[in-house]
Ligand binder design. Structure first.
Ligand code: CDT
Length: 313
């Protein structure tokens, strides 16, 4: 038995601050067409795929940043992407900045089906960085200023024969994100990321570790949660700031099966057998049989160290 889903990870090269939405959408559409030509049924775009990574810019008046956000999805500038999905019968994941009718701001991803209809949504929960201007940093990372944490939990959706969960960038480093998705049966986790190639706080971190930890967090969690993981980067130098590439598709064994080799627009594809997730789910990581939450014990601090997770108390 096999359940094959042909997936494309459509890495995006840099989007400069003055690049229009129409231009970004044209690049996404070109990769979607290439994906279809290479037999894909589903394509994973990146986080904040329509604009430059604007949280690197500090603006005192938050309302002045609203032009980076989408008030409707699809909107006039993004509709073409949805129409192309419908024409080609290909689904996709897309990350963008969402401004709701109530004036709330989220770092969001949507799932769209082969009819160009939105079938799922996720709002990023783990927002890295800081909320106020920080002079000591090499580059600002103001996600905490411009977004509120997601209010939807970690939902899963049935689509393209998969049980799919979405994450966004920093979420991929948190084991509990994958665990909550796979406790609901996810066999495929898709995500996009914008990751600076240096530690922007100014603290020394070897740059090779930025790429190593990108892959480590996704490969380890693919294995420990027995699911496919598709991670798609925005890469290259945006307004003088470097972003790592390394987009990849990872099978449930934790092995990378294909990986981008550039920091430009680059499509990688793989015929993913979703049934490969069964081995782990039915044996070593069979949660019902072997996961023993009731024996983990209360989280107590016997060392005087403050317990980080209030929910544990
Ligand atoms: N976009 C995003 O979440 N990036 C973070 C970088 C954090 S550095 C402040 C990441 O985890 O890749």
């Amino acid at each position: 038995m096999s359940r094959i889903l042909n997936i494309g990870a459509a890495q995006m090269g840099p989007i400069q601050p003055d690049e229009s939405r129409a231009s970004a959408v044209a690049r996404l559409v070109a990769m979607m067409r290439e994906a279809k030509g290479r037999g894909c049924d589903f394509v994973v775009f990146t986080e904040l795929a329509l604009t430059t990574f604007f949280p690197r810019y500090y603006e005192e008046d938050r309302a002045k940043m609203d032009h980076w956000f989408e008030r409707e999805m699809p909107g006039p500038e993004t509709r073409f992407l949805f129409e192309t999905a419908d024409e080609l019968n290909i689904g996709f994941y897309l990350g963008y900045a969402e401004l709701t009718p109530e004036g709330r701001h989220f770092n969001t991803a949507i799932l769209v089906d082969g009819n160009g209809k939105i079938t799922g949504k996720y709002r990023k929960i783990h927002l890295p960085g800081h909320a106020d201007h920080d002079e000591s940093r090499i580059v600002q990372h103001l996600e905490k200023r411009y977004f509120e944490p997601g209010d939807m939990g970690f939902p899963v959706y049935r689509q393209n024969d998969a049980i799919m969960g979405m994450l966004i960038c920093n979420d991929r480093r948190w084991p509990e994100a994958y665990r909550v998705l796979t406790l609901q049966g996810a066999d495929l986790v898709v995500l996009g990321y914008n990751t600076p190639d240096i530690n922007t706080t100014g603290l020394y971190e070897p740059s090779y570790l930025r790429s190593y930890h990108n892959h480590l967090s996704m490969t380890a969690n693919a294995y420990m949660n027995s699911c496919w993981v598709v991670g798609t980067a925005k890469a290259g130098v945006e307004d003088g700031c470097g972003l790592i590439g390394g987009s990849c598709i990872i099978q449930p064994s934790g092995e990378i099966v294909t990986q981008a080799t550039t920091v430009e627009d680059e499509l990688i594809t793989f015929a993913c057998d979703l049934d490969m997730a069964k081995l782990g789910k039915e044996t070593i990581f069979n949660y019902a049989k072997h996961r023993r939450v009731e024996h983990y014990g209360r989280i107590t601090s016997q060392t005087g160290v403050e317990i980080a997770d209030q929910a544990a108390e």
